[in-house]
Each structure stands twice: as C-alpha cells, then as structure tokens.
Design a binder for this molecule. Structure first.
Ligand SMILES: NC(=O)c1ccc[n+]([C@@H]2O[C@H](COP(=O)([O-])OP(=O)(O)OC[C@H]3O[C@@H](n4cnc5c(N)ncnc54)[C@H](O)[C@@H]3O)[C@@H](O)[C@H]2O)c1
Length: 364
C-alpha cells in the first residue's frame, strides 16, 4: 500500500494548520488545493509545496484523489461536501457538518448512495488529550461518570480573525462554532443526548473587525452570542454548558464528575493536555495523564479515516456523530431563540484509538 492522495478545498485561516500537519503525515499526500478565490489557493500551495492549485475542479476532477478536506465556511460546507461525494471521494468536513439539519442529513444519505464516507471535525477528541480522558474513565478512576460541566467564555473572535462575519451568523456563534469541541467531547463519555434545554442572549447587534484588510468594518450579529444549556444523555448522564462570546473574561473549563471522583479534562479545542483527578473527600488532586500533542493536530481525523477505510473499520469522527451534535446545537439554539425544538438524531460511540497510534508513522 502507499500514501493516500488527498485534496483540500478552502484556503483560509485554518488551512495553515491542516497543511502544516497533513504535509508531514506520511500516510497522506496533499496533491491539490482549491479555493473559490484561486489566488488564496495559489499562495497556500506555494507556501506548503502543493503541486496543483486553483478553483474547486482541480480537486474534484482529479481521479487520483481519494479524500477531500472541506475547510470552507459553514455556509458552503453542504454544497462543497456534496460535490466531493458526487465526485466519488470521501469527505472530511470542518465543523459544523453543515449549517442546518436537513442539508446535513441529505449529505450523509448522498454519501451512502455514492459509497463514500463522511468524517467531521473536531478531530481534537481523537487527539492524545481526549483519548487519555477516555482511558482514565474506562480504567475506573472516577467510578461511573455522572455529570459534566462545560464553560467556554471569551469576548469573541472578531479582534483576531480577519473575516469574522461568519462566526456571528447562521452556522456559527459560540454554540455552533465552539460547541462542537465540547459537546463532541462529552458524547465520547456519555453517548447520545436525549433532551436539551437552553436560554440565550446577544450583547451586541453589530461587531467591528479588528485585524486584516477589513479592520474597522462592522457586520451584523444574527445568532445568540451567549447560550446556557442543560443536556440529558440517553444513558443517564447530565451536563451543563455555557458558550459565550459576550464575556470580558476568557475561560475554558471541562470537567466530569463520577461516583468516586472528578476529573478536570484537557481543553478539547486542542490536542494534548493534562487530566487532573480529585477523589471524593480528598483535598489533593493528582495529574493522572499528561500528554503532549506531539505533532498531532488538525488532519488526524482525515488520517484515521483513511487508515480505517483501508482496514475496513469504522473511523472515529464519523458524520453521524457530527449530525447528532448539529442536532443538539440547533435544538439548543432554537430554544435559546425562544422557540420549541426536538432532537431527531442519535449517535455512535467511536472506538478508542490503539495505544501509540501515530499519524507520523507510515502504516498504509
Ligand atoms: N479559524 C479557526 O481558528 C478555525 C479553527 C477550527 C475550525 N475552523 C473551521 O474551519 C472552517 C473555515 O474557517 P476559516 O477560519 O479558515 O475561514 P476563512 O473564511 O478564513 O476561510 C474559508 C475559505 O473558504 C473559501 N470558500 C468559501 N466558500 C467556498 C466554496 N464554495 N468553494 C471553495 N472555497 C470556498 C473562502 O474563499 C475562504 O478562503 C470553518 O468551518 C471553521 O469553523 C476554523
């Protein structure tokens, strides 16, 4: 076997992380990069030594490409992912899977019809940090997991992102942009969500871009920028979550309490970190796992997909999981907007990666 050829569509901010990683993973060869703005694709191709660049057809029409990483903005996720599956290629999508439930369900059905797979970010949960969380829980350090807490607060990304409008509009906001990391992490422990309640608010109707060529330009905010949610899981777990772009204080917390103790978990927006255990009635806390990202970053989900396809196994960040997370987020958002909503999806519990799994060691 040999390295799998892939293409990338979307040459924006996050493409640097994908290109930096995937061009060093030996099981992957990035053969083409596209963007609707061909110049952006050219500049990234030159920076990372990708041979072919242009608009989407340079990826879609290349018969050698097996999988495409779709890192366009959320409003384009469905359209581009459908083009990929209709070209007979597997697709790895950035989060959220799409910006509404119907297009997300149609995408998964379309992929099935074409005999190809859909994977979706976040792949942070298959990074060493969250795989360590799962191992700590599975070996019984906290007893039976009972409850989870998520707190994500920041003043919002409009100061540093050069094109942040999409992060405050349909398909994003703190819930749909940041929520996937934390909500997907919780489902690794508690499984499918069965009930959600939520409230929401919006501190500002417009925001101002703080960097890049459009600095000083204002844009409309059309989604809640603070959402509080209570989550009940089908297997009995409970969690509470806050996702906010309306906070002067920047803070990230994700914790899981079990029958015997609690763990503070690594931030599931990154790949490594520490798991810190406090046993019931003990004052001291212990670091029970400490793992570096060690070169694992955005792109390991696509690597796991390709390895799993070759091995005939399920990949660990499947579209079905992302569909369920989207359902949870849209249900919470609808409740946050004062509407009624009901979940219509479930999820799978992806398998742990084998100990020592490494995207930097060739296996294909
Ligand atoms: N920026 C981050 O820190 C970050 C982190 C993790 C995940 N993400 C996710 O990555 C995705 C992209 O985010 P970004 O920050 O790179 O956005 P961005 O706006 O910087 O880049 C998106 C790129 O997609 C291109 N594009 C849009 N529609 C297209 C289409 N139909 N065909 C081809 N190209 C198209 C745009 O021209 C742009 O170059 C989003 O889903 C986002 O949630 C971003």
């Amino acid at each position: 076997m040999s390295a799998a050829k892939i293409g990338i569509i979307g040459a924006g901010v996050i493409s640097d992380q994908y290109l930096k990683n995937t061009t060093t993973y030996p099981d992957i060869e990035v053969v083409a990069i596209a963007d609707k703005v061909a110049e952006k694709a050219r500049s990234q191709a030159e920076k990372y030594g990708v041979a072919v660049h242009g608009t989407n057809e340079v990826v879609l029409d290349n018969p050698d490409i097996e999988l495409v990483i779709n890192i366009t903005t959320p409003d384009a996720h469905a359209e581009v992912a459908n083009q990929v599956v209709e070209a007979g290629k597997h697709v790895w999508n950035e989060k959220p899977l799409t910006d509404n439930l119907e297009t997300a369900k149609e995408l998964l059905a379309n992929a099935e019809r074409h005999g190809v797979r859909v994977g979706c970010a976040p792949d942070t949960v298959i990074g060493p940090g969250w795989q360590a969380v799962r191992r700590v829980i599975e070996r019984g350090d906290i007893g039976e997991p009972l409850t989870g807490q998520i707190l994500f607060q920041s003043p919002g990304p409009e100061k540093w992102h050069p094109a942040p409008d999409f992060l405050f509009q349909a398909g994003a906001g703190p819930l749909l942009d940041i929520g996937p990391y934390y909500l997907t992490a919780m489902t690794q422990v508690f499984g499918a969500v069965s009930r959600v309640s939520a409230h929401g608010s919006r501190a500002h109707d417009t925001r101002t871009i703080g960097s890049g060529p459009r600095a000083g330009e204002s844009f409309d905010v059309t989604v809640p920028t603070h959402v509080g949610a209570l989550l009940e899981y089908a297997d009995g777990g409970k969690a509470q979550a806050v996702f906010s772009f309306d906070s002067a204080i920047s803070r990230t917390t994700i914790e899981i309490q079990g029958t015997e103790g609690a763990i503070v978990c690594p931030d599931p927006n990154v790949f490594g970190g520490e798991v810190v255990l406090t046993r019931n009635h003990e004052k001291e806390s212990t670091v029970v796992a400490s793992v570096e990202a060690d070169g694992q970053g955005r792109g390991i989900g696509a690597t796991d997909m390709l390895r799993s396809i070759r091995a005939g196994e399920d990949h660990r960040a499947p579209g079905r999981q992302a569909l369920h997370i989207l359902d949870v987020m849209l249900t919470a958002q609808s409740l946050a907007n004062g509407e009624q909503a009901q979940l219509s999806t479930s999820t799978v519990k992806p398998a742990l990666l084998p100990e020592g799994w490494d995207p930097k060691v060739a296996t294909l």
